[in-house]
Structure formats: C-alpha cells, structure tokens
Write a protein that binds this ligand. Sequence first.
Ligand SMILES: Cc1cc2nc3c(=O)[nH]c(=O)nc-3n(C[C@H](O)[C@H](O)[C@H](O)COP(=O)(O)OP(=O)(O)OC[C@H]3O[C@@H](n4cnc5c(N)ncnc54)[C@H](O)[C@@H]3O)c2cc1C
Length: 341
Amino acid sequence: MAPQSFHYSGLTTGVLSGALDRREAEMDVSALAARAGIEHHIGEATSIDLEHRRLGLSGGETLGFDIVSLNVGSVTRDPRQLAGHPGVWAAKPLLQLFQLREVLEEAFRRGIASHIVVAGGGQSGFEIAAAAMGLAERHGLEPVVFLVAPVEPTWAPKAAISHLTRSLQRRGVVFMKAEVVAREADSCLLSNGERLSCGLLVLASGLEAPPIVRSLGLPMSADGRLRVSPTLQSIANPAVYAVGDCCLVEGAPRPAAGVFGVRAAPILLRNIARRGEGPPVRYRPQTRWLSVMDLGDGTGMAVRGRAWWSGPSALWLKRELDLRFVRRVRGRSTGRPGAVL
Ligand SMILES: Cc1cc2nc3c(=O)[nH]c(=O)nc-3n(C[C@H](O)[C@H](O)[C@H](O)COP(=O)(O)OP(=O)(O)OC[C@H]3O[C@@H](n4cnc5c(N)ncnc54)[C@H](O)[C@@H]3O)c2cc1C
C-alpha cells in the first residue's frame, strides 16, 4: 500500500533550487513493485485496526493482515498548527517543496522577490533556505530569506555550522534566534514578540511519525516516533514492524535520515519472511554516517561524525550517490532530464 509516486529526499533541495527537474527525484512505485513481484495497492492506509487486523485504505476498502510493517516516513512537526494557513509550506510531504518551487519560480520570473521565512534550524531548514536562495540567484534576484530557530544547531561540528552560517549570511540569509508562533496576513509573529515581513513560510520544524502511527496507541518516543526493538518490532506488539523515520530503535536513537531505513530494510524483510523460523536478526544502526547537503549554489557540505568539508566536490559526491541510488532503484540507467547543474 503506497501512493503511485515516491519523492526521493536526497534530490529534493536540488529540485527546489532549480538545479534539477522534479522528474529526477520522482520514482514510479508501481513499476518498482511489478519488477519485484509485489502486489501494489495504490493509495494510502488510512486506519489500522490492530485488534481485528484490518487496514483501512484510501479507496474505502479494507485489507486483512497477519502482520503489518510501517514504512510510512514522517511528517513535519507543527506544534503551533501553522500548516494550512495561506502561504505556509511544510518540508514534508516532500511534494510540497516541489510545489513551492513552482510558486517561487512564478514570482521570480515576474521579478517579485517576496520575503521567505524558514522555521527550523535543523539540517533541512538550512538546506531549504540555501535552496530558496539558490533559486532566486538563478533568476538574478536577491530576496530576503530568514532562518528562524530557537536553539543553536548541533547536528554538525560547531566549525561546520559556523562556516555554513557565514556563507549563507554572505548570500543574504538572515538568522533569527526565536520560534515562529503565528502566521499573519503578510508577516510571521516570533516568540520574542518581533514581526517579520513574510510572503512565504516554510516549516522545517522537525519530523515525527504520521498520524496513522500515532493513532495505534503503541509506545512512542518523546519525539513522536514508534518505539521498536532491534528486531524492528513494536516493543508492545510483535505483529507491528517498522523501519525508517516513523520509528526509533530502542537503545540506538538516530536522527531521521534515509540511510537508516535503507540499511534496516533487508533485516526487516528477513525477519518478516522467516518469522517463526528461529531468532530474528537484530538491527544495529551505524554510529557514523555521511550526510551531504546541497547548498543551492553549486556547492555542498558533507558531514560524517566530526569530519566535514564544503565546496563543489561535496555536491558532486552527493549527486553521484543520489543519482546512482535512484537509477539502481529504478532498475535502469536514466539520463538526467532537465539537469542544469
Ligand atoms: C528537505 C529534506 C531533505 C532531506 N534530505 C535528505 C538527504 O539528502 N539524505 C537523507 O538521508 N535524508 C534526507 N532527508 C530525510 C529523509 O527524507 C528521511 O529520513 C527518509 O526519507 C526516510 O525514509 P522513509 O522510508 O522512512 O520515509 P519516506 O522516504 O518519507 O517514505 C515514506 C513513504 O510512505 C508513504 N506513505 C506515507 N503515509 C502512508 C500511508 N498512510 N499509507 C501508505 N503509504 C504511505 C509516502 O508516500 C512515502 O512514499 C531529508 C528530509 C527533508 C525534509
């Protein structure tokens, strides 16, 4: 059960910055399922009845199950319920960022550089601010992009964050230490009482499991993800499996990043396929992982543990890894339609 198209996060900011065509980041789930011999129900699971083991589907029908595996990713955390207000976009679902590019591009083409506020100082907040700036730069514009975050970022070594902050400041990004608490007609209200002129607000305020996971009544982590044992089963219900952003492995918490779901997937498959045949395999997420940001200006920043570097070669590496991954999943070699970079 999954929607027809999958949007690959590693290339999303490349699309937002105008470097890539959105088709490069989209995958056809039906084609993938057909190649793997899997029956694909197009749509979304809307409810899960654990007692009667039935899944409610977006088409209105239901599906019985013996076990259920949740691989539903994450949604943007929105404690102030800002999403849904006019001119507010969320980092997830990623489709919103593709749509945001269209809206920004339309305005930039007409020479309108409205003020953009990005709420959230995590890796995706920085990357979205850089990508929005990159898209404006491609149109020869200099919009004001505000990056609003209540705490100092800690997701990379201090020197890397300082370097990135300085380079974004040089490109025109304004950093504010506060929280966006309300969206008003043409502005945003901040927790320090200030009002920022704001044409578009992008929420990059953290990720949590989608409502369907939260609705199960199973134990959740403090940051809103399903608590699973290293065998990738809910700690309270072994018939519920999960991998990726929607869950957190007991004793090995990790941030939401694609690499963990990808590495956990073969273990999930093995444990489901051989359920009841001996002890399940335990998943141990790696303690170091490479993460490369696309900075929207032809450069990137790569971080692995305490090591980091920044520049065109980091972006080159990111593109290599991401495009290779997409090609491998698609099962065929593709060109790069519309690539500008
Ligand atoms: C702007 C941005 C940039 C990022 N860049 C990177 C990066 O460069 N590298 C990286 O490693 N991570 C990156 N991340 C994090 C990355 O998006 C996630 O960690 C990763 O996608 C998690 O994989 P997943 O399989 O758990 O979920 P997802 O990739 O989100 O996949 C979940 C799938 O489940 C489907 N789904 C959701 N609900 C239902 C339902 N009810 N029924 C059926 N299907 C459903 C969705 O449509 C989707 O296809 C980025 C995140 C953001 C916001």
